[in-house]
Design a protein around this ligand. Sequence first.
Ligand SMILES: C[S@@+](CC[C@H](N)C(=O)[O-])C[C@H]1O[C@@H](n2cnc3c(N)ncnc32)[C@H](O)[C@@H]1O
Length: 258
Amino acid sequence: MDKRTYYQQREVVENYDSWRFGSPGGQYVDAREKAALLDLLGPLDRSARVLDMPCGTGRLLRSLGSAGFTSVVGADASPAMLEQARIAAPSFPAVEADAFATPFESGSFQAVCSLRFLFHVEQAPAFFAEVARILKPGGLFVFDTLLWTPRGFLPAIDRKLGGRLFCYSEARVGEMLRSQGLTVQKTIRVLALPSLVYRFLPAFLLRPVGWFDRNAWGPLFTKAFVLAAKDGHPGDPERTGPPNPGAPAPGAAGAEGS
Ligand SMILES: C[S@@+](CC[C@H](N)C(=O)[O-])C[C@H]1O[C@@H](n2cnc3c(N)ncnc32)[C@H](O)[C@@H]1O
């Protein structure tokens, strides 16, 4: 089953947050990811137009709102996910969009965040190209990349969680971004253990694991957060334009049609 279809399923959508973030270890991961996102968006003006894509159930829309961002848009390919996002963050619009061919005008966002998506994407350059198109010059792009995962060895878990994942090293990500006119500004290694391990951690282990996540040896890390900026300066003339004219048909690009 392709990823888009997987995330349309009512049961998957309803269990999305509780399966991943419902346990003490899951809450720890959720908090750590949100902290990394807000840290990387740090100095961005709170009135900046920010896109969260794919927004899923809206967990980051809510955090962006709590952090003071006032002009946030959520986008996702799954209508069922969007329903949840609208409940989680009713003050922000949440629109149906394919991340490879969005309906947004060129240069229309000062920041794009995209968590837990790149590892579903087989054709990362096509996704990065679309992000670069909709960002303003100097605009920021924050996303996470999976550096390694044991999931490929656990086909039953892989199936339960939606299929194959794609790992991109920091070096590979840097190269792919460069070719789309995006430059890495900062990388933070965030989680040293595989996500699945956190999911089952008992609460009493969270403190030592927290220490490990701040101090572990670099190559151990499974997930890094990346801040990239679109080349150019905010004052540069914008080459605004209509929604992606050369985009592939919705669903044509990406991981298994993801
Ligand atoms: C693992 S969830 C991540 C959601 C959210 N960013 C988070 O961190 O919780 C992946 C999301 O990608 C969406 N998705 C999959 N393929 C997509 C595509 N081509 N365009 C837009 N969204 C897509 C799914 O509907 C799902 O909501």
